[in-house]
Design a protein around this ligand. Structure first.
Ligand SMILES: Cc1cc2nc3c(=O)[nH]c(=O)nc-3n(C[C@H](O)[C@H](O)[C@H](O)COP(=O)(O)O)c2cc1C
Length: 212
């Protein structure tokens, strides 16, 4: 078996034509996302979300993108989780999408804010019943003192909402990340990768090419 230091893939990706790409990075993102879907990438909407807080530093984790709007990128979570606390203190975040199989990476930097209750409710209602119960049962990111605790909380909420519609918890909902910059990366031969970055300038986007 090869040692880690000898693992090496020579990428073959195409060049990104800076003259023909979209003026708007969200539209460019949608084209790249579609190509990830067409190439059957497993969970192309999985993204690494990094947050920062003065007390615990940088925290990264994977979350699922659940919407792309003209304004930005939406995901759902527990507002009391570590990421929720981080965002409450500092709403600057980054997202990284890595689609290795098609040799692409997208990095978004921007500001996160809560979406409306109405929008969160609409999404929450579309989730399977057990996922709704799990949202109620999980005190996401808090310590579990007794192993049985989570299971018994799940059963407790299952019982509580037995024949009822499960309401949206106050502590659960979506965030939208409004981008300040979006970088598109494509792997090319001999590490001569292509990188194009869109930087927000008032209402416009400035597009630059970066060294790999
Ligand atoms: C593929 C994948 C998708 C995930 N999607 C979400 C998600 O959409 N929302 C969420 O709150 N956690 C999601 N998680 C769990 C998070 O990675 C993380 O464990 C959890 O949100 C707690 O993070 P925190 O303690 O930093 O707040 C996902 C994990 C994986 C591996």
């Amino acid at each position: 078996m090869k040692g880690i230091q000898n693992l090496r893939v020579d990428y073959s990706g195409k060049k990104i034509n800076i003259h023909t790409i979209n003026n708007n990075p969200i539209n460019e993102f949608k084209i790249w996302f579609k190509s990830a879907q067409e190439n059957n990438i497993l969970e192309p909407n999985a993204m690494t979300l990094s947050t920062f807080s003065d007390t615990s530093g940088i925290n990264s984790r994977t979350v699922l993108l659940k919407g792309v709007e003209e304004k930005g990128f939406i995901f759902y979570t527990n507002y009391n989780s570590r990421k929720g606390v981080d965002i409450n203190n500092n709403n600057n975040v980054s997202l990284v999408f890595l689609w290795k199989e098609i040799e692409k990476q997208i990095i978004v930097k921007g500001k996160a804010s809560k979406i409306s209750k109405k929008e969160s409710k609409k999404y929450f209602e579309s989730r399977p019943r057990k996922s709704k119960i799990a949202a109620w049962a999980s005190k996401q990111s808090s310590e579990i003192k007794d192993e049985k605790e989570l299971n018994s909380r799940f059963l407790e909420y299952e019982k509580k909402f037995l024949d009822d519609k499960i309401p949206l918890p106050d502590f659960w909902g979506g965030y939208i990340i409004v981008p300040d910059s979006i970088e598109f990366w494509i792997g090319r031969k001999s590490r001569m990768h292509d990188r194009i970055i869109y930087l927000k300038n008032n209402d416009d986007w400035v597009i630059k090419k970066l060294y790999p």
